[in-house]
Design a protein around this ligand. Structure first.
Ligand SMILES: Cc1cc2nc3c(=O)[nH]c(=O)nc-3n(C[C@H](O)[C@H](O)[C@H](O)COP(=O)(O)OP(=O)(O)OC[C@H]3O[C@@H](n4cnc5c(N)ncnc54)[C@H](O)[C@@H]3O)c2cc1C
Length: 405
């Protein structure tokens, strides 16, 4: 169906989609909703928590609906923007979780669709859609975070291969990933940005090793990733040698949109998790079913309104993306707003739960709001990952508002 599908054709699509979902969406997953951190990430090492999660992934992948808008020849569903919206609505109506999440779908996939050659798309995209390969991001280095262009991991020319040596840091889920998309230095003279290459590296290659970094929140989602003379075929270069900076920036746009999207969706309450007002009514019951504390009531109302406004704006940007618009510098606006909003939300949660929010582990912990302390600590990283708020404000000043340096 094309983007200019008639309302009648779209209604037929809605009916057929609903029928298919009623027949194929496992009952046991209904009501689980989307959880940006706790969904199915896939990959060779993935262990499904429920057999139905595997079934749901296989059925949706078979339809191409893990990546509904990607072309069918690369494992996607070939849906138009309008159809994808219908699919999302029908999933939401049945409170079904996304069958698959992760950086393959949200970061490297859209980037390969834009910059990859035919061979790269055919090799990597179907495996992403089926959840077979999990990807991680090798951008930051000990001396190159905000100032990414100063990265030093080097790739030396060796015929039909590059030999990669260096260290990446803060690589989220490197210890659970199968492939990494990495920025490497291929030229040392001239403008720093013009000596960077975007390389796809199999984590099983000899010379790749990872060491997890422990976070204050207790879990250890990220690692140091070491490359010790790792041989990488040159066919894994995306957009040509020294052409990586353009790819890197485009991917960051996808990353920032993904972060804003995830926090926008989860702050509205997801799956079995309760919303902020629901929790506030439970922990601080007042008269007439209102939240007992007037000051907190006001702050929570503001937070709710800001969340709704963000979700609508993100929705508008999603619609633009469906119409073929690549995320531009405005993704920095969403990133700053969504992550700061998420931090405000956790500050409020901690305040309203008081000592009852100090749980760390124990029965029922993972499924409930009791993990608030850990999540409050984890939310501190939101305004750093994907580019810090200060750096996003610089981008907004320069590229959105056109202010001078
Ligand atoms: C939870 C989490 C997950 C992450 N996952 C990944 C990942 O998977 N892969 C990956 O490659 N990286 C990842 N990162 C790293 C992240 O991209 C970097 O931490 C981030 O870009 C900041 O770099 P830095 O830590 O080196 O801080 P620095 O760049 O050293 O910044 C330090 C401080 O200086 C400020 N600052 C720096 N430059 C400027 C400037 N020009 N103007 C104003 N202020 C400035 C910053 O805002 C910050 O407050 C992750 C980080 C976190 C927290």
């Amino acid at each position: 169906m094309s983007t200019s599908a008639t309302p009648e054709a779209l209604e037929t699509f809605r009916r057929e989609t609903g029928e298919w979902l009623d027949a194929n969406a496992p009952e046991s997953l209904r009501g689980r909703g989307d959880d940006p951190l706790n969904g199915v990430w896939g990959g060779r090492r993935w262990e499904f928590r429920l057999p139905d999660e595997k079934l749901w992934l296989e059925r949706m992948a078979e339809k191409g609906w893990t990546a509904p808008q990607w072309p069918r020849e690369y494992g996607g569903g070939g849906l138009s923007g309008a159809e994808e919206k219908v699919l999302r609505q029908e999933l939401k109506a049945r409170r079904m979780p996304a069958p698959l999440i992760g950086f393959g779908l949200t970061m490297i996939g859209p980037t390969l669709l834009q910059f990859g050659n035919e061979e790269q798309k055919r090799e990597h995209l179907p495996r992403v859609c089926r959840g077979e390969i999990r990807w991680c991001q090798g951008y930051s280095e000990p001396g190159a975070g905000s100032d990414l262009a100063s990265l030093q991991t080097r790739a030396e020319d060796d015929g039909d291969h590059f030999v990669v040596t260096g260290t990446k840091v803060w690589t989220s889920y490197a210890d659970q990933s199968d492939w990494i998309f990495a920025l490497v230095r291929t030229r040392h003279e001239g403008a720093r940005q013009e000596g960077i290459t975007f390389l796809l590296i199999d984590m099983a290659s000899p010379g790749v090793s990872v060491s997890p970094i422990r976070l204050i929140s207790g879990s250890s989602p990220f690692c140091e990733t070491h490359f010790d003379a790792v041989r990488v075929p040159k066919r894994n270069v995306v957009n040509g040698v020294n052409g990586g900076w353009t790819v890197a920036k485009a991917l960051l746009g996808h990353e920032r949109s993904m972060i804003a999207d995830a926090f926008g969706a989860s702050s509205g309450g997801s799956g079995r998790r309760k919303t902020l007002p629901q929790l506030a009514r439970e922990y601080l019951p007042g008269s007439d079913g209102r939240i007992g504390d007037a000051v907190l009531r006001d702050e929570i109302a503001r937070n709710e309104m800001d969340t709704r406004a963000l979700m609508l704006t993100v929705q508008r940007s999603r619609d633009a993306a469906r119409a073929g618009h690549q995320p531009g510098p405005e993704s920095s606006l969403f990133k700053v707003y969504a992550t700061e909003l998420n931090q405000r939300r956790y500050d409020l949660l901690v305040r309203l739960m008081g000592p009852q929010g100090l749980g760390w582990e124990g029965p029922g912990f993972a499924e409930s709001e009791l993990r608030t302390t850990r999540e409050w600590l984890r939310s501190r990283g939101n305004t750093i990952e994907g580019g810090t708020s200060e750096v996003q404000r610089n981008i907004i000043a320069k590229r959105v508002l056109g202010l001078p340096d």
